[in-house]
Design a binder for this molecule. Sequence first.
Ligand SMILES: Nc1ncnc2c1ncn2[C@@H]1O[C@H](COP(=O)(O)OP(=O)(O)OP(=O)(O)O)[C@@H](O)[C@H]1O
Ligand SMILES: [Mg+2]
Length: 248
Amino acid sequence: MNNIVTIENPKSPIAESYRNIRTNIEFSNIDKDLKTILFTSSQQNEGKTTIVSNLAVTFANLDKKVIIVDCDLRNPSVHKKFKIGNIYGVTDVLLEKKSFNSCVKETDVKNLDIITAGEIPFNPSEILSSKKMKEFINNLKEVYDYVFIDTPPIGIVTDAGILSTYSDGVAMVVGSGEVSIELAKVSVERLNKINANLIGVILNKFNIEGTNSQYGYYGMYYEEDNGSRLSRNKKNKRKKLNIFSKKK
Ligand SMILES: Nc1ncnc2c1ncn2[C@@H]1O[C@H](COP(=O)(O)OP(=O)(O)OP(=O)(O)O)[C@@H](O)[C@H]1O
Ligand SMILES: [Mg+2]
């Protein structure tokens, strides 16, 4: 699943699920100024880059000006999703080797820009915790309606924790069946300790086959339309944004 489904198949049930997550994020945003949203997970491979790429498309489709910032300076991959180069990017801007304007890339999606990670540094945490990084994100907020930040897993390295202090909200991606509840809880605790604003958890790669879901892929979508959102939230206790997809 290397392609961006919200671009290639916008009418598909999976694209609909992404729009459902978008709506949840918009609900979280009522009376708040949630512009910078960081995506992390406990471990590698849970789906952060896939989700950040697709969600950015759905927000851009609403005529919002959106940028994806690849802050996974250890294993950058936003450029691979969008099939663009990664010669210059965030690190080059921060090190003042290149201007932002020469690094930012427009995509084929109207309103969606990307700044790739750039050269992989030997000291990612140091770069991300610099004053320049904070200023960089703050400057982006002046220009874009939404700044989506892709990061490495918080269960493995500290980078996402550092970046969460410059972000208005954090979304945790949980790969169903790929991470233990204990590890996911440790990651959430880590975010709570640094007072990150956890706006929700996105359950990814959840296999609905074999469940009793009456509505298949559209389950959450219709439940919310039927007004049973409150009872569902009570049951789940935690805000949960779902993306249903067949597991590979
Ligand atoms: N809902 C899904 N259903 C099936 N496959 C998925 C789903 N989400 C992501 N994948 C696949 O899982 C793999 C990892 O996804 P992705 O690169 O988005 O994860 P990541 O969390 O960004 O990984 P990393 O920590 O290495 O940056 C990719 O092959 C991707 O296509
Ligand atoms: Mg990734």
